[in-house]
Write a protein that binds this ligand. Structure first.
Ligand code: NAD
Length: 310
């Protein structure tokens, strides 16, 4: 095994299962000291247990790695501080944070309860904020800086039964890009190198077992090397990016930008002028990612109809 993370102190949330666990194990194998942060909950957020984080720590230490457990709820501001402090108090610094903890409350938007919305925003979006906020407060004072890796999803583009999850995952991208920009501003004032990037993974875990139609799939262990790279000195120049990771495939997302412009013929636009000129002037095309999703949903629905007809 190489030693890309030798001597780094890294906190991984959601490190008790699935992708987070694979990231934590690889970070330790690459030489990092790892804070295994996991609330140990069922998919519906129930039955928290410290056994899940403890088991991942044991897996790391059994093979000679170094890890400690924090079994708190990442949606709590103070737990973000505990996770970061665990690394700083035990090993002297926090060199990287990876936010993998996540939950799901799937429901069509028109039936979604306030609790279902709040629970998903709390664990994903606020969970990232809680950890990023406390980690950046430490990293900005470290000569060696640090790294942020957020976990988003292709669902940030749109999702029919997961509007809460989609909104949280979009928010994570904006939060991570804001962290990347803040890092650049801090570097201009003499701060250490800090980078912040997102991974949009797809992997076979308990969270993805109900994915409704056949999508490209891989294993959690396929995702971990990209996270480790972004945490390493080798990846330190990479900042403000979103990478898809699934199986053998790594892809980079485009950076959103205005693509076409039109000017009002008079002092300001009238509704009539917009109605007349917008379709030809700046266009209304569907994003290719959404168009592809629509095609696959239609195929899945047709296949289900065919099966039902026997
Ligand atoms: N699996 C996929 O295909 C896929 C696709 C897109 C995005 N993702 C994202 O990747 C991340 C990991 O997903 P996974 O499939 O490994 O899920 P998983 O369910 O296997 O693991 C999630 C972990 O998060 C922990 N957790 C949940 N709520 C928590 C809380 N409040 N505080 C602390 N820990 C908490 C759970 O105990 C669990 O160990 C998630 O952010 C998910 O949205 C996964």
């Amino acid at each position: 095994m190489s030693a890309f993370l030798e001597g780094k102190n890294i906190a991984v949330t959601g490190a008790g299962n699935g992708i987070g666990k694979a990231v934590a194990l690889l970070c330790a194998a690459e030489g990092a000291n790892v804070v295994v942060a996991d609330y140990g909950v069922a998919m519906d957020g129930s039955d928290p247990t410290s056994e899940v984080a403890d088991a991942a720590v044991k897996e790391i230490t059994d093979v000679g790695g170094t890890a400690i457990a924090v079994a708190g709820d990442v949606s709590k501001f103070e737990v973000g501080a505990q996770i970061v402090d665990a690394a700083v108090d035990t090993w002297g610094s926090i060199d990287g944070v990876v936010c993998v903890a996540g939950n799901l409350r799937e429901r069509m938007l028109f039936n979604m309860s306030e609790d279902e919305w709040d629970a998903v925003i709390a664990v994903h979006l606020k969970g990232h904020f809680n950890v990023y906020r406390h980690a950046l407060a430490k990293m900005r004072k470290q000569e060696t800086g640090g790294s942020f890796v957020g976990f988003t999803s292709g669902a940030f583009m749109a999702s029919t039964a997961q509007a809460n999850y989609s909104a949280a995952k979009g928010g994570i991208i904006s939060l991570t890009k804001s962290t990347a920009l803040t890092a650049a501003a801090l570097a201009m004032r003499g701060g250490g190198p800090i980078n912040a990037n997102c991974i949009a993974p797809v992997a076979r875990t308990r969270m993805s077992e109900n994915v409704p139609f056949g999508i490209e799939m891989g294993e959690p262990e396929d995702i971990a090397p990209m996270a480790a790279y972004l945490l390493s000195d080798a990846g330190r120049e990479v900042n403000g990016q979103i990478y898809t990771s699934v199986g053998k495939r790594l892809s980079v997302w485009s950076q959103p930008e205005e693509v076409r412009t039109m000017e009002a013929p008079g002092d300001r636009w009238t509704v009539e002028q917009i109605a007349e000129m917008l379709p030809e002037g700046i266009g209304t095309e569907t994003h290719p990612f959404i168009a592809d999703l629509e095609r696959r949903m239609a195929e899945a629905a047709a296949a289900a109809d065919e099966k039902a007809e026997g």
